[in-house]
Design a protein around this ligand. Sequence first.
Ligand code: GLN
Length: 303
Amino acid sequence: MDYQAILETIYQQVTAIKDKGTPAAYIPELAHIDVNNFGLYLQNNTGDVYGVGEYDTKFSIQSISKALALALASSFDAVDILKRVDVEPSGHPFNQLALIEIENGIPRNPFINSGAIVIADILVSQLENPKADFLNYVRDITGDTSIAYDLNVAASEKATGHKNFAAAHLLKSFGNLHNDVDTVLDFYFHQCALHMSCVQIAKAFHLFANRGKCQVNKLRLTEQKVKRINAIMLTCGFYDEAGEFAFEVGLPGKSGVGGGIVALLPDNFVISVWAPGLNKRGNSKLGMLALEQFTTKTELSIF
Ligand code: GLN
């Protein structure tokens, strides 16, 4: 299959679309990103790579980081994550608060904000230097020490993240946040502010496409954990659009409000896309279309 030609065709088709969606204005630092940016990158498990557009440009990975945080939290065998976070799709926006109250402080899944904040709390408890250790984990699994947090994005979200503060306080009121709200959210905002390119994201997610075996060092996540994280990506990775993504694209994946999406076919490939204009559900509008085109043209999906 001529993957480079397929990516180039998708690039031509998708970038010609006039309505490119809108950037995530609720984080001021992300509000003015040019929606004309578009990068698409494919890394096969064989090591072959293909890319078009701005696939090497770094952007704010936002909620894509939630899968990496979950992977690191899962590596602590003493922690029973499922006692604190469920694994059901929420069917509601990523920042919805009502379910936290209705379901007594147990978030539906680790990828809506409330669930990710509980995972952040677990990491704050488990790690000696949470922000540095999490960053080192991402650098380790990619073999790339240039990966860093965008401190302006973290500060911007901290200044305006009222719904996340509300979610964290609600979780705390139900006893499902062990550390203090400011410490956990400081970690969470930095985690979301990881600044990475499509190339670096694909490298990080190779772990999930390769049964937990890292390509650059001995780091390993068990096959059972990888299977579970991939299942949560498929059912919950796109919030109230998870059904649509499974239907149109047919791969486990994770989106972020920075306009990135990563998806993977176990034992085969990781594909990452960046197009900062979002649809109404907070997922990259052109990114979703590009991935739908990719699995349609290649007939590669988990189904
Ligand atoms: N940092 C963002 C937030 O908490 C992440 C949301 C997202 O990417 N869906 O609102």
